[in-house]
Ligand binder design. Structure first.
Ligand SMILES: C=Cc1ccc(O)cc1
Length: 178
């Protein structure tokens, strides 16, 4: 994708894959002006995926976007995207229990909201693990808003390469080989 990002509308509907400087690989979709979907391919909670997470999405200045949300696990996230530079900065604030029991969160969260809410009460919150990292964007796709084919299955080994190499979506950004 070679487009220049200027407005909030340019950003909404965009699908990204990026690798943090600590090696963690994430896939994230600006589904609409208040919703995000994501899949985690590498790092402490690789294998986790989430649809329809409510988030605050704003443009700070032309081409620079800030997204913030809090999750049912108690994890908080703040992302600053600079898509024209193919970069972002993300800060993840993990409750202590996610650091100690990451396996509980490695699932399709939408089907396990009660377990996340029970776990955040049952286990410790503090001290939190704060992970602030820059990331390099390795893929950007114009998926359009509210496209449920973007994030529709669990991550698998090789999925980021399938997406980057054009083997995963058709010309209408629908998932191939459903
Ligand atoms: C915890 C979720 C999360 C999603 C995307 C990202 O870049 C960082 C954290």
């Amino acid at each position: 994708m070679t487009k220049s990002f200027k407005t909030l509308g340019d950003f909404l509907g965009t699908h990204f894959i990026y690798t943090y400087d600590n090696g963690w690989e994430y896939e994230w979709y600006a589904k609409n002006d208040h919703t995000v979907d994501y899949r985690i391919h590498g790092g402490m909670v690789a294998g986790r995926w989430v649809k329809d997470q409510e988030a605050d999405i704003v443009m700070l200045t032309p081409g620079i976007y800030k997204i913030s949300w809090t999750e049912p696990t108690g994890t908080d996230v703040a992302l600053d995207f600079l898509p024209n530079e193919k970069k972002l900065h993300g800060t993840i604030f993990f409750p202590k229990w996610v650091e100690e029991h990451p396996d509980i969160t490695v699932t399709f969260q939408n089907e396990h909201i009660e377990l996340m809410e029970e776990s955040r009460e049952k286990y410790e919150t503090y001290p939190k693990l704060v992970v602030p990292e820059f990331a390099n964007i390795t893929y950007m796709g114009e998926a359009g808003e509210d496209n449920d084919d973007v994030i529709s299955e669990a991550p698998y080994d090789g999925m980021p390469d399938d997406i980057r190499d054009g083997r995963y979506y058709d010309e209408n950004y629908r998932r191939l080989n459903k």
